[in-house]
Ligand binder design. Structure first.
Ligand SMILES: Cc1cc2nc3c(=O)[nH]c(=O)nc-3n(C[C@H](O)[C@H](O)[C@H](O)COP(=O)(O)O)c2cc1C
Length: 257
C-alpha cells in the first residue's frame, strides 16, 4: 500500500543512537504542535523539554518529559468558580490516555520529519527528582520521557504479535496453546534475528537463586518480559508515594486543599 502515513507507522523503530546534529527549533515546535492535535479527554498534559544531552540515557539532543497535568485545568476551573470533585484515579487514567496519545503523535510526527525517538519508562519512579528539577507544581506528574534526534542507526522494525492475537471481532476468543506458542515464536524469532538483547546488553538478572540457563543465543522477548513482570516491583506503595508527592491520591479521596 502506498500511503506515507501508514508507511511511517509501519516503519517505526525505537532509536538508541543519535548523531551530533541538533534539530532546528521550528521542527521541535511542529512536533509538539502535532502532538497537541491528538484527540483528548481534557488536554490533561504538559511537555517539558531539555536540550542537555548528558541528561538522557541515549545522549539524544532532545529530551521531552510528558506529564499528566491537572494543575492547569484546575486553574481554569477556579476562574469559573468550580472546585475539582472527580477522583484522582479517574483523572489519572484519563490523563494518561491524553498524555500517551499526544506522545505517540510526537513520535510519528518526528519520524515523518526525519527524526528518531525512544521512550524512557523510568520517569514514574523518579518523578520526585524530575519535579524538583523542572520545578513542577503539585498536580503535575511526570509520566514518560521521550528522547528524539537524528538517528545514527537504522535497525529493522521490531516484531509484533500476529494480528489474530490482537484483533477480535464481536467476541474475545481465548487463544488456545497453539496460538500462544505461535505468538511467542513470532516475537522471539523477530528479536533474535536482530540480536536485539545482545546489542543492548539488556539481559535481566534472575533473582531468588533462580539458575540462569539462557545465553544471548536464545534469550529473547518472552523471556525478557517474564523476568520483568515476574520479578519487579510487587508492592504498589513506592509508586503510590511518588504520586502522592505530586498531589495525586489513587486509593482514597483527595484531601481538600
Ligand atoms: C512507556 C514506554 C517506556 C519505554 N521505556 C524504555 C526504556 O526505558 N528504555 C528503552 O530503551 N526503551 C524503552 N521503551 C521502548 C520499547 O522498548 C520499544 O518500544 C519496544 O521494545 C518495541 O520496539 P520498537 O519501538 O523499536 O518497535 C519504552 C516504550 C514505552 C512505550
Amino acid at each position: 500500500m502506498e500511503n506515507p502515513v501508514i508507511e511511517t507507522m509501519l516503519n517505526h523503530k525505537s532509536i538508541r543512537k543519535y548523531t551530533d546534529q541538533t534539530p532546528p527549533e521550528h521542527l521541535v515546535r511542529t512536533i509538539v504542535r502535532a502532538g497537541q492535535q491528538a484527540p483528548f479527554v481534557s488536554q490533561l498534559y504538559s511537555v517539558l523539554l531539555s536540550r542537555n544531552r548528558e541528561k538522557n540515557l541515549w545522549k539524544a539532543p532532545l529530551l521531552f518529559t510528558i506529564c499528566v497535568d491537572t494543575y492547569k485545568f484546575e486553574l481554569i476551573m477556579a476562574e469559573r468558580g468550580w472546585r475539582l470533585v472527580t477522583n484522582d484515579l479517574a483523572l489519572l487514567i484519563f490523563g494518561i490516555q491524553d498524555a500517551a496519545l499526544m506522545a505517540e503523535n510526537m513520535v510519528v510526527a518526528g519520524r515523518s520529519l526525519g527524526l528518531g525517538s525512544c521512550f524512557l519508562g523510568s520517569a514514574i519512579y523518579r518523578s520526585d527528582k524530575i519535579a524538583q528539577e523542572y520545578r513542577l507544581p503539585k498536580r503535575v506528574f511526570p509520566l514518560v520521557q521521550l528522547v528524539m534526534g537524528y538517528a545514527a542507526e537504522d535497525p529493522p522494525p521490531r516484531p509484533r504479535y500476529p494480528l489474530d492475537y490482537t484483533l477480535y471481532e464481536n467476541e474475545y476468543l481465548k487463544p488456545d496453546r497453539q496460538r500462544v506458542l505461535e505468538a511467542m515464536k513470532q516475537m522471539d524469532d523477530g528479536y533474535l534475528v536482530q540480536d536485539y538483547y545482545r546489542n543492548l546488553s539488556a539481559k535481566i538478572e534472575l533473582e531468588d537463586n533462580r539458575v540462569e540457563t539462557y545465553t544471548y543465543e536464545n534469550y529473547s522477548w518472552t523471556e525478557h518480559i517474564c523476568r520483568k513482570w515476574g520479578q519487579w516491583d510487587p508492592d504498589p506503595e513506592n509508586l503510590a508515594k511518588q504520586l502522592e508527592k505530586q498531589g495525586f491520591f489513587i486509593n482514597r479521596k483527595r484531601p481538600r486543599q
